[in-house]
Design a protein around this ligand. Sequence first.
Ligand code: SR1
Ligand code: MG
Length: 402
Amino acid sequence: MTREYRILEAEDVPGYLRERGYFAGDAFADSDIHVHEVSDGNLNRVFLATHRDGRSLAVKQALPWVRVAGPSWPMSPERATAEARAYRRVTAVAPETVPAVHGYDADNYALTMENLADLRVLRTVLNEGAGFGGASTAVGVFVARLAFATSDFGMSSAERKALLAESVNPELCKITEDLVLAEPYLEHEHNHWHESVADLAAAFRADPALRTEIAELRHTFMSGAQALLHGDLHTGSIMVGERDGREVVKIFDPEFSFVGPVGFDLGLYWGNVIAADARARVLAPDAGHLDEIAHSWQAFDTEFRALWPTRVDTFFDDAYLDRFLRRVWTDALGYAGAEIIRRIVGFAQLSDLETLPDPGPATRRALRIGRELVLRRGTLADPRQVRKAITEIADDSGIGAA
Ligand code: SR1
Ligand code: MG
């Protein structure tokens, strides 16, 4: 049962910021602050507050329900506490990859943060036809640094047990266990799809080999407590742009954060890379984004190996490092496949595919890619083999074939 707390409306934000001492040292009137709501994700509210003098802040508040569904889908606002905790951990090891957090108000489940309005959501930029820039490298570095620092390699055994205890996030984990790793393979009221894939959706629900592989990925998600994750690292959780002539990539929204399998963060990202690639190939046959899988994997692998000599427990030898990274790779391919599938036949879908003039061919092809990745994750050895496997999957009209 969630306790009562203050749910902010746009007109409350100036007073809220004043009470909490923001725009420090200035007595300001409500009319000095322009506030507008920019809530975009499925769960929370976000307000941007801009002072007359140009300074600005973002206030993000968790509601006691899923924002896009309303009070009929209650959800604990404790997810904001998980998000604040994740930001603290990432800020300690990769501050340039996340927005600056100015404060967390645990009483009202509200974060006051850097305003990222000068940047743009990566998914939107991709949908308009642009490329990834340095986003995949940033993702690889983000995942490697957060994973290493919060694993048994980067922390003492006792610190790790404390991390495990403080980082449980049961309600949001259950969303992923259900929406990503179960419902797409069952009859469920959350599920919907483009009419062109109705046959594939039915075939996937009746596919015992696929079901067993998803069961394994689901169990690994539930039990594979390797390191603290972002937990929802899709292209809508990344802002990109330029500041002072330099490229900026900011990864945000880690409210699904918990201690889980490292491959989940990379896999979720790759699922969204593949969706962006499927869109790009339809709109311009010579286009494509599959190199982003290699870029993010290389950045992750290089960063993780660079950190390895600093591990706190040297019983873990170099041969074990290779084995661990192989496991992360294999898991990531499986989660990439599961992410594509759930984004096509599950609850939360992708504008990348939905906004195509004819979503059918790319959507069918993406679903087939998802299944292949789940089933073949143990045999696809490197990004080159993954690229080959993906480009060999054509849609019904031949688009996408190598
Ligand atoms: C009810 S939440 C649906 C989806 O939105 C979030 O961004 C997660 O991806 C979740 O699965
Ligand atoms: Mg989100």
